[in-house]
Write a new protein. Structure first.
Length: 405
């Protein structure tokens, strides 16, 4: 009755915790590729990188928790093969571990920059705790940091670098930061925010090459041929799900590992959660793969209960948040490019205290608040879940409660 969890991130750790909380007393093996015990990733680009949180604050459990709860944590260990017929997973040392149930929580990995010089020292990515250590070590007054990509990671690193006194240049192929995620009007808020804080935004341009000095990155060359002197380059151009193990085992892959609403894969007794899982979402009516903290936090426990045979449905709406300078934001719902036809805002957009709603056919598919913490995210979630056709004039009026729109 061994339950095996492949992936030592937040989803895997929360699944192990839930198995024990729900009374499962059989063997639990947690296979973690990293040398660190499971930790949460938001501090890596937020509190820890800013210096407001210490390193230990990122860990999901105390070091002693795993032994105390009889969880066999295998650090620095990779699963190299999955035999779904034999119900066995092979580890990189050659050991084959039998399982009654298996959870794939293999997460995702950063997309690599494919230009000359991308392999130089000082070209950094942010995904793991040691990555945050390396980035933190290069921040400070008198340092110039080049950032490739103005997504969430790029912008949060930019804010942290400015906090530490570094000069920052951000290179982004889109016309605005976060343009694909938020659309033009809301994306402009983030462009203005970073320029106000002294970030040199180079928009509508890519990277041609990275030049080095003695093997270390020293010049970031844009698509226009402009050379920008840098002390380090942080690349944030997206991530991809780690599906190799599942693909080789013949599981159905649809952007990630395809699972139903109970997080079951196409193979018997194999489940998936976190970044790698592409879920048939019962509320959104489409298959969705979410790459944010709340998804790992929430889907790991649901997967564990599903493994135990409980009747569960994973219907949590995608949620993410960011903190940049004096801007705090929470977003809920699903509004990919082409997934909405209108954006409505209410409140004070210029002073960054407002709500925004992404609509399709008059219904809210996503909502966001910026610096409006009294109401928070709850009324936005209720609006998205209601699926009702909205009165747009009332939606834009901050004096009308959202539940009455």
């Amino acid at each position: 009755m061994t339950y095996v969890i492949v992936g030592g991130g937040l989803a895997g750790a929360k699944a192990a915790q839930t198995l024990r909380k729900e009374g499962f007393d059989g063997p639990v093996v947690l296979v973690a590729a990293e040398a660190e015990r499971p930790y949460e990733r938001p501090p890596l680009s937020k509190g820890y990188l800013l210096g407001s949180d210490d390193r230990d604050s990122a860990f999901v459990h105390a070091e002693s928790w795993y032994a105390e709860h009889d969880v066999d944590l295998r650090l620095s260990t990779r699963a190299t093969a999955l035999d779904t017929a034999a119900h066995e997973v092979e580890l990189d040392g050659g050991e084959r571990v039998g399982y009654a149930k298996l959870l794939l929580a293999t997460g995702s990995t950063p997309r690599r920059l494919d230009v000359p010089g991308a392999d130089l020292d000082g070209v950094l990515y942010l995904r793991e705790l040691p990555d945050a250590d390396r980035i933190k070590s290069v921040l400070g007054p008198g340092r110039r940091i080049g950032i490739v990509g103005a997504g969430w990671i790029g912008l949060e690193v930019a804010a942290a670098a400015r906090h530490h006194g570094s000069d920052v240049v951000v290179v982004e192929v889109a016309d605005l930061p976060l343009q694909r995620v938020l659309g033009d009007e809301v994306a402009q808020v983030f462009a203005d925010l970073h320029r106000e804080h002294g970030v040199d935004l180079r928009l509508g341009t890519g990277v041609q090459e990275i030049r080095g000095d003695n093997g270390r990155a020293s010049t970031l060359v844009t698509s226009e041929g402009d050379g920008v002197g840098v002390d380090a380059v942080v690349v944030g151009v997206g991530i991809r799900p780690v599906t190799e193990l599942a693909e080789a085992a013949g599981l159905t892959i649809e952007d990630g590992v395809a699972v139903d609403a109970a997080l079951r894969t196409s193979a018997p007794d194999v489940y998936a959660a976190g970044d790698v899982a592409a879920v048939a979402h019962p509320v959104l009516g489409t298959r969705v793969r979410v790459e944010h903290w709340a998804n790992a936090l929430n889907s790991g426990p649901v997967a564990a209960r599903s493994m135990l045979g409980q009747d569960v449905v994973y219907d949590a709406l995608p949620f993410f948040y960011t903190d940049q300078y004096d801007l705090g934001m929470e977003y809920i719902g699903h509004a990919p490019p082409g997934g909405y036809d209108q954006v409505v805002t209410r409140g004070d957009v210029p002073n960054r205290a407002f709500q925004a709603f992404w609509l399709r056919d008059g219904r809210a598919v996503a909502g966001m608040h910026v610096n409006l913490w009294d109401d928070g995210i709850a009324p936005l979630e209720r609006l998205v879940r209601s699926r009702r056709v909205l009165d747009l004039s009332r939606l834009a009026d901050p004096d009308v409660p959202l539940d009455e729109v």
